[in-house]
Design a protein around this ligand. Structure first.
Ligand code: SF4
Length: 352
């Protein structure tokens, strides 16, 4: 690997459980100190390393590798990003798929590499955009590139046919949860061709809440019930907008071809995770947990799921009750899930 001034030291992190937002168990990070210093960031202190397993290598199986768990892999200076290019080239050569999270338009410098991944259907890129207001972005996101630059970069990637979307995360009460502003943000992302928009709340770090600049949100965070209600209201609002705009609320998983022995467990666990997310949105926590657990179990199956089903051994897997067994069989044989469609319709109905 070539040297640069910031001295990238790549680390590979293996999560205990796959991150089902980004569909990765392995992440590569290059820097311990992210160049952008966002005021809310919870990965820029040593405690964020607790609970993470550092790995000495990548999985032999060609899984999706996440880039940018602890710090952004694109620094403001394009000359510094040679290590990122080296890593992308390596992953492409070795046949891994990648899921990139960034706030930087510097990603465009690597567009030729990203196109290579895209041509083989091996990439997802998600820009974090919390607001379109420059002054708020500057206060919240330190020296991160201006929101319009990220939007423009999104548009350019989409023009090249590269799958890319947006994460509005975290949504912070009284700071970036104004409904008109969110509506405008979603409209602009859609205009730029976003393939998905995901969003979530966040557990705020003390340092952030103690800063007098964020006093209003600190007041809401001090009252869990108020916080829950406020988030619930903005969540409903966002869902309505996204469904109206026909924008996916999940990142589609990268799944390998049908000849890959884990192809079906990837497809089915994706749908089970999506069902579990719909239950979460419908506030049915018991079903949400059941389906999430089943999704993890199916995802971890090392062999062929088709053989397990045809040998009628599915029910022996932990967490697969008769109801989930039927859902799995339906997806396996028809490629669809009636339950998923019904829940999606329920959600639309609930939101009206
Ligand atoms: S860009 Fe991401 S990792 Fe970097 S400081 Fe901001 S939130 Fe943290």
């Amino acid at each position: 690997m070539q040297k640069n001034k910031l001295q990238a030291y790549p680390i590979i992190t293996r999560l205990k459980r796959m991150d089902f937002w980004y569909w990765c168990s392995y992440y590569i990070d290059l820097y311990r100190d992210c160049p952008y210093s966002c005021s809310y960031c919870n990965t820029q202190k040593i405690s964020c390393f607790q609970g993470l397993n550092f790995s000495y290598g990548l999985p032999e199986e060609k899984e999706t590798i996440g880039l940018g768990l602890i710090s952004d892999i694109y620094t403001p200076d394009q000359n510094e990003n040679i290590s990122t290019q080296d890593i992308l080239k390596f992953l492409y050569r070795e046949g891994y798929s990648v899921n990139i999270m960034t706030k930087s338009d510097q990603i465009l410098e690597d567009i030729h590499l990203l196109k290579n991944f895209s041509e083989k259907k091996l990439i997802r890129i998600t820009f974090t955009i919390l607001t379109l207001e420059d002054h708020l972005s500057h206060k919240l996101e330190g020296s991160s590139p201006a929101p319009y630059k990220r939007l423009k970069a999104l548009g350019q990637l989409r023009n090249e046919g590269i799958p890319a979307g947006v994460s509005i995360s975290p949504i912070i009460p009284c700071i970036n949860d104004d409904k008109d502003a969110l509506s405008h943000l979603i409209h602009e992302c859609k205009k730029m061709g976003a393939c998905w928009i995901i969003f979530s709340g966040f557990t705020m770090i003390d340092k952030f809440l103690k800063n007098p600049m964020w006093e209003k949100t600190a007041g809401i965070h001090a009252d869990p019930e108020l916080l829950r209600k406020r988030y619930s209201s903005v969540k409903r609002f966002l869902l309505k907008l996204l469904l109206r705009e026909s924008l996916p609320i999940r990142i589609p998983r990268i799944t390998l071809n049908v000849f890959y022995k884990r192809h079906y467990s990837q497809i089915i666990s994706e749908l089970l995770f999506n069902i579990s997310y719909l239950y979460e949105l419908l506030e049915n926590d018991i079903q949400m947990l059941r389906y999430r657990r089943a999704a993890y179990e199916i995802n971890n199956i090392a062999g062929s799921l088709k053989s397990i089903v045809s040998e009628k051994k599915l029910g022996f897997i932990k967490g697969i009750n008769p109801e989930i067994e039927k859902v799995v069989e339906e997806i396996l044989y028809s490629g669809k899930s009636t339950l998923y469609t019904d829940l999606y319709q329920n959600l639309i109905y609930e939101l009206e």
